[in-house]
Design a protein around this ligand. Sequence first.
Ligand code: EPU
Length: 337
Amino acid sequence: MHVAENISLKDYNTFGIDVNAKYFVSVSSINELKQVLSLKEHPKKLLLGGGSNMLLTQNQDKLVIHVNLKGITVEDETSDYVLVKANAGENWHEFVLWCLANNFGGIENLSLIPGNVGTAPIQNIGAYGVELKDTFVACDTINIETLDIKSFRKADCNFGYRNSIFKNEVSGQYIITSVTFRLTKRNHLLQMKYGAITSELEAQNIVTPTIQDISKAIIAIRERKLPNPKEIGNSGSFFKNPVISLTKFKSLQENFEDIPSYSISETKVKVPAGWLIEKAGFKGKRFGNHGVHENQALVLVNYGGATGADVLKLSELIQKTVLRLFDITIEAEVNIL
Ligand code: EPU
């Protein structure tokens, strides 16, 4: 374990933003993590998982801790279910592929989401009708101050849409070191309510899909719509989809007949921010080395060499324009650091 100085974080965030970490350390065991957390000379810490949900807007003076805990284990199983524990530093998509190779079902719809296992519960990652919380059992954590180990069970986590206790009540207090999932071994529950999945499967002439087929279909859909961070820096959806009142939605419908929505309750609907941003004229707009993705307006991109401040400024312009046109506030989904 070695605390390095003046390290570029460019390869540690999927936006590919080049800022400097004054101090940087990568930890690959719980013991190393405990040692690092005890370093008195570095009271302020910044935790880094897959770096897929952050926009770095400045050089970091805190000790940046790269959580690199690896390993996947089967904890328990019956003929129907398996409990799988994955350590926080496992890459999320590689973990999904490992589950599929073992024919463990439940997270196939979450294929190709960037990031690591340990950060997935923080924002309750979700896509194509499935959220992490659907298969989540518990996660092990370390308290950053006391170094105590604590397990959070599903009911403790207050999971919501792109939200959890780790973004709210206990934000910044715990490091997730592993996550346990309950997955199916047979009679997999296929989630295909998203029209795009069924049409993709039809196009491939697949009538009775397996979990592996669903994963492949989702990978194909995502590859068409979303930029690969290895090629174009991005952080997936930059904004959350806003929830508005049904009354407001109805009045918007008078001017915009084609406005899509998902029902949330009897009085509230969720509106796709991607649609609002496209209507506001930003889809595919490029501003030098950064811009809005051409196939999905919810995704801001770094074509190479953009600063976090550039991207932040663009996101604020988008927020202001959407507010002016629709009287809707859209909130960033990524963490601005
Ligand atoms: N839309 C537009 N223009 C756009 C983008 C979308 O009009 O540029 C419209 C689409 O036509 C569709 C609706 O918006 O009617 C929804 O689009 P999509 O299915 O692409 O989903 P989304 O709501 O934009 C969410 C998640 C994605 C996830 C997809 C699929 C959020 C913030 N984003 O996007 O998650 O992959 O659903 O389930 O909830 C991520 O979090 O990084 C992410 C990519």
